[in-house]
Design a protein around this ligand. Structure first.
Ligand code: AMP
Ligand code: ZN
Length: 493
């Protein structure tokens, strides 16, 4: 397939802090690694935004005709409660609280992740490796780092020696711009009890204490690998010691990606990644959406409207459109009003796309489709600028409306270009689906969500009779409400 305008795409590289012309290591091919979720809870809409940004990047490369190997991992071990290598493993903790096996936690939330991404029309990555499937390779990489003199063992745990790394002319801080003193400040443990030689060192392997259920044998102890190490191992294994693109959310720049660079660079002697891409955060109530603070919306709640901050249910493509209206490097504020505005724009776009079949053609065009098409590519080639792309798509909506009202003319060839380009950007690149009408099951979900909201209001007013009436009459219709800690959910029998 023809590669459209190779050498035109510019990507903002977090490493050089500038837009650079994209030059793949191998012509016509792209290797991309994106840090996947830690599967200890349901993904929230913020997580979905970051993965959606990289889904769009993946889709655009495919559209341009590149052969892409897209690796997105599943973190199913080693991610501790805080970034200073302290606290319990997030998955073990959940397993302990719920009294289930850690692998049951992993299975439950991996399934939830996959179901969510399918509902939101994601393309699956080429490879989705798990950390626990690569323990052997992680042990090998630790040995290599130790042989090179950049790691040391204390009490069965192994730490990366940041000072030794810097003394050999490397720069721990090259990506995040953090100075060593800041790093020390940020990683100092509260009680000062640590096996580390220096507080900025980070764990490659941790000895498991007796409470820690997820453990593997190693030359140093029965223990588990560090979270940063797993991404270095899996990216190198599937993409090589040097690859094109590494992505993740902004909050992973430090320490996660900084540590990845140090580990991989130590082993290969090369800079591992050519373009570091970081997607910005989704905010709710002006704060980062996060599970830990309770400030989040679940992707499923959007589809049912079952969350007090939502005025109603929304289709997955409306959320996609909402995300694409912001540049991936800009923060984005979530609100029900903002989704409603996106919904209007989305349906306007779909109406125009759907009416393209019914346009009459003429011998001449009064509209310049070739330069419009070029502008769409120029927007995407400027660091995947989807908001500018959308502005151009709405210029096409205007053109389509003029054509419908016979206030403009178009040749058959130009109409074919308009149709093909609209379809390519709307469906293939942005990943929207054509949801012209909500089907009746969506409507039922919306109505039940509304009744749940009214029932909550009744309960807040201590109007128990009305609240019971809503519950009982829904039950008589085969719709059962369940009150839980995170609100009321329902099932339809
Ligand atoms: P985690 O499972 O915590 O490792 O997060 C998975 C991905 O979601 C990472 O790339 C994070 O940077 C990203 N992420 C977490 N919170 C947000 C947010 N509020 N907005 C956008 N991305 C986020
Ligand atoms: Zn990672």
């Amino acid at each position: 397939m023809e590669i459209y305008k190779e050498n035109q795409l510019k990507i903002y590289n977090s490493l050089s802090k500038s837009k650079e012309l994209f030059k793949p290591l191998t012509e016509g091919r792209v290797g991309m690694y994106v840090c996947g979720p830690t599967v200890y809870s349901n993904v929230h809409l913020g997580n979905v935004r970051t993965f959606m940004s990289f889904d769009m990047v993946f889709r655009y490369f495919l559209h341009l005709g590149y052969k892409v190997r897209y690796v997105r991992n599943i973190t199913d071990a080693g991610h501790l409660e805080n970034d200073a290598d302290e606290g319990e493993d997030r998955i073990s903790k959940k397993a302990r609280i719920e009294e289930i096996e850690p692998m049951e936690v992993v299975q439950r939330y991996t399934l939830d992740f996959h179901e969510t991404l399918e509902k939101y029309n994601f393309l699956p990555p080429s490879i989705e490796p798990t950390a626990t499937g690569h323990i052997v390779e992680q042990i090998e990489m630790i040995k290599e780092i130790m042989e090179k003199g950049f790691a040391y063992e204390v009490n069965g745990s192994v730490y990366f020696d940041v000072l030794a790394y810097n003394e050999k002319g490397n720069n721990y801080g090259i990506l995040s711009g953090r100075k060593m003193e800041d790093a020390i400040h940020n990683t100092r443990t509260l009680d000062g009890q640590s096996d580390k030689k220096n507080p900025q060192d980070f764990a490659l392997w941790k000895r498991a204490d007796e409470r820690h259920i997820m453990r593997w044998p190693s030359p140093w102890s029965d223990g588990f690998p560090g979270w940063h190490l797993e991404c270095s191992v899996m990216s190198t294994k599937y993409l090589g010691e040097q690859f094109d693109i590494h992505g993740g959310g902004m909050d992973l720049k430090f320490p996660h990606h900084e540590c990845e660079i140090a580990q991989s660079q130590t082993c290969s002697g090369e800079k591992p990644v050519n373009y570091w891409m970081h997607a910005n955060m989704l905010l709710l109530n002006s704060q980062k959406m996060a599970k830990s603070t309770g400030n989040f919306v679940l992707p499923n709640e959007i589809l049912t409207g079952n969350n007090n901050i939502l005025s109603k249910a929304f289709a997955p493509s409306v959320v996609r459109f909402f995300n694409m209206q912001a540049h991936y490097r800009s923060i984005l504020d979530f609100s029900s009003d903002a989704l409603e505005a996106s919904e209007k724009g989305y349906y306007k776009l779909m109406d125009a796309v759907n009416s393209l079949q019914n346009i009459q053609t003429s011998k001449t065009s009064s509209v310049d489709i070739a330069s419009w098409k070029q502008q769409c590519y120029d927007a995407m080639n400027d660091d995947f600028n989807t908001p500018i792309l959308i502005a151009h798509l709405f210029e096409a909506v205007k053109i389509i409306n003029q054509l419908k009202e016979q206030k403009a003319t178009i040749t058959a060839d130009d109409l074919a270009v308009l149709q093909k380009t609209m379809h390519a950007f709307v469906f293939d690149v942005m990943g929207l689906t054509n949801e012209t009408k909500q089907d009746s099951s969506d409507k039922i979900d919306g109505v039940v969500a509304l009744l749940i909201k009214l029932r909550k209001e009744a309960r807040d007013n201590k109007d128990w009779a009305l609240s019971d009436q809503i519950r009982d009459e829904l039950l008589a219709l085969g719709i059962q409400l369940k009150d839980g800690r995170e609100g009321t959910t329902f099932s339809i029998n």
